[in-house]
Design a protein around this ligand. Sequence first.
Ligand SMILES: [Zn+2]
Ligand SMILES: [Zn+2]
Length: 258
Amino acid sequence: MLVDSHCHLNYKGLAEQQGEVLARARERGVTAMLNIATRESEWDDVLAAAEANDDVWASVGIHPHDADHHPDVDTAKLVERAAHPRVIGIGETGLDYYYDKSDRQRQQDSFRRHIHASQQTGLPVIIHTRDAEADTLAVLGEEMGRATFPAVIHCFTASDDFARKALDLGLYISISGIVTFKNAADLQATAKWLPQDRLLIETDSPFLAPVPHRGKTGEPAFVADTLAYLAALRDEDPGALAVATSANFYALFNKAAP
Ligand SMILES: [Zn+2]
Ligand SMILES: [Zn+2]
């Protein structure tokens, strides 16, 4: 049992060979994948992959990069699409001040609309955050004060301090293939102490192929390599870590059935 909690099966690189990609993932023991939406124009395709495959689930959301282009995607629209039986999460959403591809205020407004959809549906928020720790925590703290909601920090690369505060808010933390990179000493140090019962694993494919696949198109099968690395780093049994992170996935995304 092994879950890829965040992949983009409809992105270029994977979409053209989705059948083979899914077959290779299953061969390596991947039993579930969460196919993440980033733009409204993708929603139908992301959902179609989840409808066609029992081991693929879907999210609906707007990436912070694309917040500028989706002023009309409001909470009601997210809630409406989230009612689909294969949609188990809201996102990815969040704040990205590294690329600043969308206006920061628009990113924050969009982030809050996703959170409101989570508060209404009970589905977890999938959060992307880069160079925006203070504002991410400010939004999370304020919104949690209104009504608590489940969430995960996906592709975690933030500080130890941010991790502690996110855990205090009840969030899960998802580790990607970045943890296997040579220059990821800080992330490796954090990944060592994160509590096992709040940990998820993901590929964020087609990006971020882990060692020993660096430079290739990432795909969900590679979550097995990240799991092996993480188990060695944490001095844990790989099988036990696979079971634990899968159980965490189903505890958080509880609309999905194993
Ligand atoms: Zn992301
Ligand atoms: Zn992503």
